[in-house]
Design a protein around this ligand. Structure first.
Ligand SMILES: C[S@@+](CC[C@H](N)C(=O)[O-])C[C@H]1O[C@@H](n2cnc3c(N)ncnc32)[C@H](O)[C@@H]1O
Length: 219
């Protein structure tokens, strides 16, 4: 697959070995104490917007996805990611739903034509994607094409500009950017909002700690 060196650099860290410690580091410590978002707060965002016809984008280990209580026991669930390791780990975790699996770089036009989804989740993904929101916001445009008429795209992203970073957030975010896992040095709330509003009707936007929680509906 052909993608930029920044995308490749970030992807290097989403491998079977790092995924072994991912949940403990992110959900045990960093999400709550650096980014300001507890698991409960993230669960609530999923509870509000996830439907039984759901596409999860940038799946990681599938930690939050696995915690969703769908309205039906047999939801339609699809997974989309550039990392084969993330897709496989998450596919195994939610195998009970027999998920559809799509290998895709979000910066490229979607190479698949699945039936439309009523909800698309994109949690803690955009801060890894290179470019300003004016550039990487193209991912929202690609994804909203996969929504049904009444569908919702929701998620979170860690911001760097226009937020107050605490004593843990500051060095950890610096390190993530220096390593190339994150690409969010210039990410701010105003530009994220603009990128979202270019693709749908903004129905939710809140900054919690350094995390932007958002949801858009198809216009
Ligand atoms: C920080 S993890 C978030 C994982 C999970 N959503 C969570 O909340 O824990 C970022 C995820 O986005 C994926 N990702 C990053 N850049 C991507 C891109 N350009 N295209 C597709 N997936 C990407 C990574 O492979 C990884 O699964």
């Amino acid at each position: 697959m052909n993608y930029s060196k920044e995308v490749a650099r970030s992807q290097r860290y989403f491998n079977p070995f790092s995924l072994l410690i991912y949940d403990a580091v992110l959900y045990g410590v960093i999400s709550k104490f650096a980014w300001g978002s507890s698991i409960g707060r993230l669960d609530a965002h999923y509870r509000k917007y996830a439907t039984s016809n759901h596409l999860e984008v940038g799946v990681g280990t599938g930690y939050l996805l696995d915690r969703i209580r769908f309205e039906t026991t047999a939801p339609r669930l699809a997974l989309m990611d550039l990392s084969a390791s993330c897709l496989e780990k998450t596919r195994q975790k939610v195998a009970r739903y027999r998920p559809e699996v799509y290998n895709q770089n979000l910066l490229e036009p979607i190479a698949h034509c699945p039936a439309p989804f009523d909800s698309i989740g994109i949690n803690y993904v955009m801060h890894c994607v290179p470019g300003s929101f004016a550039e990487k916001g193209i991912a929202f445009r690609h994804l909203t094409k996969l929504l049904s008429d009444h569908g919702v795209l929701f998620g979170t992203s860690v911001l760097s500009e226009s937020v107050n970073k605490n004593l843990l957030a500051r060095p950890f975010m610096w390190l993530m950017n220096a390593m190339g896992v994150f690409n969010n040095r210039c990410d701010n709330a105003a530009e994220l909002k603009t990128a979202l509003e270019a693709c749908g009707k903004l129905v939710y936007f809140e900054i919690v700690g350094v995390t932007a929680f958002f949801a858009i509906r198809k216009c």
